[in-house]
Design a protein around this ligand. Structure first.
Ligand SMILES: [Ca+2]
Ligand SMILES: [Ca+2]
Length: 308
């Protein structure tokens, strides 16, 4: 916390007397109170469900009723809750989100007794659950680190002599992040070709750089290990000082194991020494930037920063 206090008096430009008279100091300056606020949580937004579709297991009832904005209509299993029942929502395009809410209000005993939430970009590979828990009432809210995906699957994992009913299903995003650069303490970088000093792109010093030392060719890359998974939505590559050494083209990949990189989260062409890459919020430990262009200049990065 920083407090800026100013002392005024007769010797000010406002009175026409412009010669400060320091002999009046020291004076007492009373602060009645200092109030400290907690920054409010970012505003949540429910994603627009227009065009979304949903399929269920068991195949029964009217799945679309959980997406129709009407709390009086529902999808229901029509049979007792059993582990393994599920529904899959297709949002038709990849979205960034960090919370789902299942609302069974109106069928108050029909909430999932247990649940797992999975996400996927192809509707086939679901990976590990991004959230799981137990339901204790008709509104079940599950939060998780921000993900980017097209499909959401909720698996019911409990048992009860009630049907499983969902009147409304919504997906939320926290909106934009803080815009702050992530703290790079402890981060490491590796490069291909293996050359130069990769750490120079993470040292906060624009006078130091990593460079290929050879002309730009497609396939050169850098990987950054942030040592734990972070949420982020922007990357900046800065080669100011080696102004011709910007990546002529790039692809950005993210990974949680440093081995499986999936599809690029962003790609584009560089046109100057500062390359800013925006993308849907990611949650990952590793970032890889692949240089995809050709030039008779070396590829250099003086600073690489990641933002949320
Ligand atoms: Ca409904
Ligand atoms: Ca540097």
């Amino acid at each position: 916390m920083q407090l800026n206090l100013a002392v005024g008096g007769p010797n000010t430009p406002f009175t026409g007397k412009t010669n400060p008279d320091d002999s009046v100091l020291p004076q007492k300056f009373y602060v009645d109170y200092v109030r400290v606020y907690t920054k409010p949580a970012p505003t949540e937004t429910a994603l627009d469900r227009t065009g979304w579709t949903v399929t269920t297991s068991p195949v029964t009832g009217t799945p679309g009723n959980m997406l129709d904005g009407n709390l009086s209509t529902r999808w229901t299993t029509g049979t007792n809750m059993a582990s393994g029942q599920y529904f899959v929502v297709d949002m038709k395009a990849a979205k960034s989100f960090n919370k789902i809410v299942m609302d069974s209000t109106g069928s108050n005993n029909d909430y999932a007794r247990g649940y797992q939430v999975y996400v996927s970009n192809d509707g086939a590979n679901w990976g590990s659950a991004v959230a799981s828990g137990t339901g204790t009432g008709p509104v079940i809210s599950a939060s998780f680190g921000s993900v980017s995906a097209r499909y959401v699957k909720v698996v019911q994992t409990g048992s009860a002599s009630n049907w499983w009913s969902v009147h409304e299903f919504n997906v939320y995003t926290s909106g934009g992040g803080t815009g702050a650069a992530l703290n790079r303490t402890g981060w490491t970088a590796a490069t291909s070709p293996v050359t130069g000093t990769p750490a120079n792109m993470l040292d906060g010093d624009m006078a130091t750089r990593w460079t290929t030392g050879t002309d730009m060719v497609p396939g050169q890359y850098v990987t950054v290990d942030m040592k734990s998974s972070k949420t982020f939505n922007k990357l900046v590559l800065d080669c100011t000082g080696s102004n011709n050494d910007y990546a002529r083209g790039y692809q950005v990949f993210v990974s949680n194991d440093g081995t499986n990189w999936g599809s690029a989260v962003a790609s584009g062409t560089g046109t100057g020494p500062v390359i800013t890459v925006n993308f849907a919020a990611q949650n990952a430990r590793y970032i890889k930037v692949v240089q995809t262009g050709s030039a008779t200049y070396w590829w250099s990065i003086r600073e690489l920063n990641v933002y949320n």
